[in-house]
Design a protein around this ligand. Structure first.
Ligand SMILES: C[S@@+](CC[C@H](N)C(=O)[O-])C[C@H]1O[C@@H](n2cnc3c(N)ncnc32)[C@H](O)[C@@H]1O
Length: 240
């Protein structure tokens, strides 16, 4: 059986290509996450798992020190500068990081409690772990564990955010506040949106445009000033 590391090693290139081809599609999502950070000059911001380090460009001009880590080796090259680590162990000192961002990825983290404890260890007192992920029972869960699972040959079975995560985060020592955010992924037109979704989610079993468009319409689309797909994550603001 494949584990997620193997899956991401295969999926990573396609994901990276989507993010390079359409670097502004998820602007609102990254900006939403950045707005939740408490930044001081020279703050150390850990992005985990960072993929290709896309968050970094939203932190330019903020005078912070960006640290990008991923569990998959696929992003770990000279191009992205992303380092590899494990869910439960990262090569950073205790109390060394001001803010941690974990965006759109918790649903693939299997050792959740160990991950929370490790983030608690590296954060400075008063620092925050900002988790943004899909809520269990949401339309996005059905899109990812239904549509994507059917059209990606490696499948997709994410474990999305539940109340039990909040309980486990509190047991790890965090104070937790939950915030729901709704925004859009934006494109010039429907063809670009479909190209992005095919690449980002590696839809290698090739759904037709009709099938893909139907899935996007189930999420909610708007065709004014381009083409946008309704998206939204639950954010957990966890303070040490
Ligand atoms: C959907 S991407 C999110 C990346 C980035 N934070 C973003 O918002 O674009 C999911 C990330 O989780 C990583 N990942 C999560 N769990 C993993 C695991 N168990 N093994 C390998 N990689 C994992 C992948 O490498 C990938 O970078």
């Amino acid at each position: 059986m494949q584990n997620y590391e193997q899956i991401f090693n295969r999926r990573g290139k396609s994901y990276q290509l989507a993010m390079e081809k359409y670097p502004h599609a998820r602007d609102e999502e990254f900006k939403t996450a950045v707005r939740k950070l408490i930044l001081k000059p020279n703050s150390a911001v850990l992005d985990i798992p960072a993929g290709g380090g896309y968050l970094a460009s939203y932190l330019l001009n903020k005078n912070v020190h960006y640290l990008g880590y991923d569990f998959s080796g696929e992003f770990d090259d000279n191009h992205t500068g992303i380092r590899k680590c494990k869910e439960a162990s990262i090569d950073l000192e205790k109390n060394s990081v001001d803010e941690v961002v974990s965006l759109a990825a918790l649903h693939h983290i299997s050792e959740r409690e160990a991950f929370y404890s490790e983030m608690y260890r590296v954060l400075k007192p008063g620092g925050q772990l900002i988790i943004g992920d899909v809520a269990s029972g949401s339309k996005l869960e059905y899109f990812l564990n239904g549509f994507l699972d059917s059209w990606n040959s490696m499948g997709h079975q994410g474990k999305f955010l539940k109340e039990s995560d909040i309980i486990e985060l509190r047991q790890s020592g965090f104070r937790v506040d939950k915030q729901e955010e709704v925004y859009a992924w934006r494109f010039a037109n429907a063809n670009e949106a479909m190209d992005y979704f095919r690449l980002l989610f590696c839809l290698d079993l090739n759904p037709t445009d009709r099938e893909l468009l139907k899935a996007l319409k189930n999420l909610g689309v708007k065709e004014e000033n381009g083409f946008s797909v309704s998206w939204g994550l639950t954010f957990l603001i966890c303070q040490k």
